[in-house]
Design a protein around this ligand. Structure first.
Ligand code: UTP
Length: 302
């Protein structure tokens, strides 16, 4: 059952409508989280889990993404002339991370359709999918645990986060059965954005997947679902209810820190938290934050 996973697919072709107008001409994955675009954290996470072949699914605004992971000779030579080795290293970091390939989605017909665009590159090996706007704190590793679960059980593996029931309608939600491992469940069903009060559990699917290549065939047969889009959740539901198709679906319960940078509030939380924890910015920023909370937030009615 052990299979080597070396390929990561990062869908980044969504319209990012929740973040307009910032995302009118810039992909939301390029919005900075402190001083790095969100997508760089995601590529770093893939590389840390041993996946150094990265395929990005891009859309209409693909240029900034490609440019970010490409060399910028003009900037590099300007920094070299100034003797600014620190900034030069920071500029080069994203270029040296991994081998990055790109494929264009054309019309954004949903996450399932974006993943299907990866089929020719991925071939017949299991692969990981990391959503380009979903940040997992590197101190709370998730992907390597999911790869381990796939190696032992085969099939596909999703990442599940327990959410407030009032929030379930914003996510794909999973019906689950316990296994012998405390952080692993068997997924018996999945629903994309269930109507309020109808979610099968409080376990929401978040943006990390390890998928069996057999899922490509399922995606080819999957009709547009919620929002008229081809939903990855619907294809995984087909797999979950019939393990003969391409193995079972398991879920890894994630209890760490995660930020949806496509959501404005979560994006702001990510920046405040990561900036406060930074050695270079943190001390000054935390001081300001303390004063800000004392003077501006406390005492002001909610
Ligand atoms: P979202 O559900 O966040 O949709 O996509 P979106 O269109 O990007 O953003 P909003 O809701 O309009 O603000 C989840 C992930 O799937 C990718 C997105 O780029 C994001 O990483 N995606 C979505 C695609 O690559 N293609 C699609 O057709 C849809």
């Amino acid at each position: 059952m052990r299979s080597i996973i070396s390929k990561a697919v990062i869908p980044a072709a969504g319209l990012g409508t929740r973040f307009l107008p910032a995302t009118k001409a810039t992909p939301k994955e390029m919005l900075p989280v402190v001083d790095k675009p969100a997508i760089q954290y995601v590529v770093e996470e893939a590389v840390a889990a041993g996946l150094d072949d990265v395929l990005m699914i891009t859309g209409r605004n693909k240029r900034p993404l490609e440019d970010h992971f490409d060399r910028n000779y003009e900037l590099e030579s300007a920094l070299r002339r100034k003797g600014d080795a620190d900034r030069l290293a920071r500029v080069q970091e994203s270029t040296d991370l991994a081998t990055i390939h790109y494929v264009r989605q054309g019309d954004p017909r949903g996450l399932g359709h974006a993943v299907l665009c990866a089929a020719p590159h991925v071939g017949d090996q299991a692969f990981a999918v990391l959503l380009g706007d979903d940040l997992i704190d590197p101190r709370d590793p998730l992907l390597s645990r999911m790869i381990d679960v796939r190696a032992r059980h085969g099939g596909s593996v999703v990442a599940l986060l327990e959410v407030d029931p009032a929030q379930s309608h914003l996510y794909g939600c999973a019906a689950v059965e316990a296994t012998e491992e405390g952080d692993v469940v068997r997924v018996t069903g999945l629903v994309e954005k269930p109507a309020p009060g109808t979610a099968p559990s409080n376990y929401a699917v978040i943006g990390r997947y390890v998928l069996d290549p057999g899922l490509f065939d399922v995606l080819r047969r999957t009709e547009p679902g919620r929002g008229g889009e081809i939903q990855l959740t619907d294809a995984l539901q087909t797999q979950a209810v019939d393990e003969k198709i391409c193995g079972p679906v398991h879920g890894v319960l994630f209890r760490g820190r995660r930020y949806d940078t496509g959501d404005r509030s979560d994006y702001l939380r990510a920046i405040v938290r990561l900036a406060s924890e930074r050695e270079d910015l943190g001390p000054e920023f935390r001081g300001w934050l303390r004063e800000f909370v004392r003077d501006e937030i406390d005492g002001v009615a909610p």
